[in-house]
Design a protein around this ligand. Structure first.
Ligand code: ADP
Ligand code: MG
Length: 731
């Protein structure tokens, strides 16, 4: 059979049978331009992508029963001959009902379809059918409701099942989109599987060692498994490939990084001790270890590529600034990038107090502000201070990248909340130095989203990791409670009392979902439209909550609001006013999620808390409890049952790593990381929770790289490696 036009597949010569997976989908028989466009919406443009479009689940129609044995309420398969078929129109309801009577040796049954009048033409009397669907009992007896059907040549033959696509076996149900049904996908995929031979990119030794299914078998099984039990092994095999590629990529990148040259900064222990002694607090052990790890990295001839993970408030900034100051002493420059102006300003203040006495010059550069040391200046002047090398440490936002700041001797790049920056932005920064010597700056990324180590290794490449787990001393745990709407009055009283005591309050709202179901889904919007409508939904939520709180609940208190539609200058002034105590309550979207320091705030209220992930809630909670005041977090939940149970975890621990692990277990890695952000396939995403498989893939990758570092002996792997995304700073 010629399945792919122009590409004969001779069953007798299996080697030649291995067709090119890169074949465009348009060359698969019965895919026209219209269906190609629809398939593209599912990301299917090649045969490979079609075969890797995996079922979300299976319907079990494996038991084809005699018609006489059909059980009402069950989903079953039967096979029979069409005795009669007739369609009726029910005008007021614009409905067509097509009823066929099917018969086998044991009896007869009706099959009923809605709005498919053409069936009358295709399923003519005498046609042999295999049908599957739900068996329903009504006044006139049993019928099969809206069954899946396919024509068969002969009846009752067990040997026939492998040719069945839609009935009589486990049937794949695929992720669908408009115009691309599971039925259509089965129609395309099943014939490809019959004579499928995919060259296996994995070395046989690795396959044996980890007991992995052959790739062709895995693909065949995952689409049409004989039993559900056969699926996990197939799934693991496919996930293993992706994880292995990510690991290989990471190891290769590491090799590349180690070939690069960076600025060697010898450690000056005496100076460090002096710096640390000037701090208004003692560093925690984790902070000391992280600082040391960073300084050691910077002593090397190749660039540091380190991720510092630590809960909100664990004191990452100080560690980064210590490293910056250490370099500044020898004239090396550092740039610290923050995702928002508010944060940049906050870091700059911290930096100014640390750099105060020393002969170290600093620059602040954001969209709206430029400072050299403590003076506000023009952007031009600030940029000149950087390019001449007068300024040692630059703190800024995206503006640093956008305004094309040039450095004289950039040795260290620090990126706070690294996930808020694109790979390209990072890359631009890494190249923004005027060195002619070809040196690459050291890179320190920071994140408050605790990511389990194995996962970090997989998604961010082979970087080194410092973890700050310990909280600075003297922090009181934040009293967290999950509250129902019935308890709202008490919470309000409590808030009023705290405000009277001089404290301040954050209220965070999730977006208000568009209430009309007719509103187009995200899929049919452009990314920009989707982003805009998400933004509007947030603004609406904040405005509504602001109105409710300021007019109805707390007319006696000063309430302010903050949302993403406000201009940066506006946002900044609201934050400044809040910090200076002009407002009691700040209603906001999750924009204040990233570390804003308001030591006087003691209450964090989260509306619709069940709509946020635990990791995110934990970040919100970290906004309070930053000073000596006992602080509180109230989680209002719209869902009084399941959501609440998940939220209870928040009341039991304030360990961000623990919550992250739970969050990932509960919501799955996809939700946890945000699928859009990662660009990883769903299967890989799911596999990110499978620590065992990750470890295997890592060991396998190490073994392969050891024997065959350039992948000369594994050309298929090498080719695939080219096609996957990179995460490191070499991009
Ligand atoms: P992160 O960026 O990790 O969320 P920050 O670096 O902003 O945390 O630190 C939070 C607050 O804790 C800051 O006000 C900082 O000065 C303070 N801090 C940092 N380290 C310590 C410490 N070891 N002891 C006491 N306070 C600390
Ligand atoms: Mg921070």
């Amino acid at each position: 059979v010629v399945l792919i036009e122009g590409m004969p597949m001779r069953v007798s010569e299996p080697q030649n049978n291995a067709f090119d997976l890169a074949t465009p989908i348009t060359r698969v028989r019965s895919v026209g331009t219209r269906s190609a466009a629809r398939l593209a919406k599912l990301g299917i443009k090649s045969v490979r992508q079609l075969l890797w479009h995996l079922p979300a689940r299976y319907e079990d129609y494996s038991l084809a029963v005699p018609i006489a044995d059909v059980i009402p309420g069950q989903k079953q398969s039967i096979q029979g001959e069409v005795i009669s078929i007739v369609s009726r129109h029910i005008w007021p309801r614009r409905l067509t009902i097509t009823t066929a009577t099917l018969r086998d040796d044991s009896g007869a049954i009706r099959a009923v379809w809605f709005n498919q009048p053409y069936l009358e033409e295709t399923l003519t009397e005498g046609t042999l059918l295999s049908v599957a669907g739900k068996m329903v009992l009504d006044k006139r007896g049993l019928y099969i409701s809206n069954p899946i059907y396919e024509k068969i040549a002969t009846r009752n033959s067990q040997l026939e099942t492998s040719a069945l696509r839609h009935t009589g076996r486990l049937i794949p149900i695929y992720p669908e989109t408009e115009g691309v049904t599971s039925k259509y996908l089965r129609f395309l995929i099943q014939p490809l599987l019959e004579s499928l031979v995919i060259p296996d990119p994995l070395p046989a030794a690795i396959r044996r060692q980890y007991d992995l299914t052959d790739l062709t078998d895995a693909i065949r099984t995952i689409h049409y498994p004989d039993t559900e039990e056969a699926v996990p092994a197939a799934r693991d095999r496919l996930a293993f490939d992706d994880l292995l590629l990510l690991q290989l990529k990471a190891l290769r990148e590491r090799r590349q990084i180690n070939k690069l040259r960076s600025v060697r900064i010898p450690m000056d222990a005496a100076y460090m001790r002096m710096l640390v002694a000037t701090l208004p607090f003692t560093l925690t052990k984790d902070q000391r270890v992280a600082t040391l790890e960073i300084l050691r990295d910077m002593e090397r001839v190749y660039p540091m590529n380190r991720l510092m993970e630590g809960d909100v408030g664990s004191g990452k900034t100080v560690v980064a600034l210590l490293a910056a100051l250490h370099g500044a002493r020898l004239g090396h420059q550092t740039v610290l990038l923050a995702p928002t102006e508010v944060l940049a300003l906050q870091h700059y203040r911290t930096l100014r107090t640390l750099a105060g006495s020393a002969d170290i010059h600093t620059v602040l550069l954001t969209g709206s502000t430029a400072c050299v040391d403590d003076r506000i200046t023009t952007k031009v002047a600030a940029k000149r201070a950087v390019s001449t090398g007068q300024a040692h440490i630059v703190v800024g936002t995206h503006a640093v990248i956008r305004d094309d700041v040039r450095f004289k001797a950039l040795a260290l790049v620090v990126i706070d909340e690294q996930h808020r920056f694109g790979i390209e932005q990072r890359a631009t920064l890494m190249k923004s130095d005027r060195h002619t010597s070809g040196l690459v700056p050291h890179l320190l990324s920071m994140t408050a989203t605790p990511i389990p180590r194995t996962l970090a290794l997989t998604i961010f490449g082979d970087l080194d990791i410092s973890i700050i787990r310990e909280k600075p001393k003297g922090r009181q745990p934040i009293e967290t409670s999950v509250v129902s709407s019935a308890q709202r009055p008490q919470v309000c009283d409590f808030i009023r009392q705290q405000v009277h005591d001089g404290r301040q309050v954050f209220v965070i709202c999730p977006a208000i979902e568009p209430s009309s179901p007719i509103v187009p889904t995200h899929a049919s919007k452009t990314p920009k439209q989707a982003k805009l409508s998400a933004l509007w939904a947030q603004v609406k939520a904040v405005e509504e909550e602001y109105r409710r709180l300021s007019k109805e609940v707390f007319p006696d208190l000063k309430v302010a609001m903050l949302h993403g539609r406000m201009k940066p200058a506006q946002k900044q002034s609201v934050m400044r006013e809040f910090k200076e105590g002009w407002h009691d309550i700040l209603v906001s979207t999750s924009v204040i999620e990233v570390g804003v320091d308001i030591p006087n705030a003691s209450i964090m209220v989260v509306e619709g808390a069940d709509r946020f992930g635990l990791a995110q809630l934990h970040q919100f909670r970290g906004r309070v409890g930053r000073a000596e005041h006992q602080s509180y977090c109230f989680l209002f939940s719209t869902d009084d049952t399941i959501g609440n149970r998940r939220l209870q975890a928040m009341t039991k621990t304030d360990d961000g790593f623990l919550l992250a692990e739970q969050d990932m277990r509960i919501r799955g890695p996809g939700e946890f990381f945000g699928i859009k952000q990662s660009g990883l396939p769903d299967l890989t995403m799911a596999a990110l929770a499978n620590v065992d498989l990750i470890k295997k893939a890592r060991t396998a990758a190490l073994a392969i790289m050891k024997i065959d570092p350039d992948l000369k002996r594994n050309p298929l792997l090498a080719a695939q490696l080219e096609s996957i995304r990179r995460f490191s700073h070499l991009e």
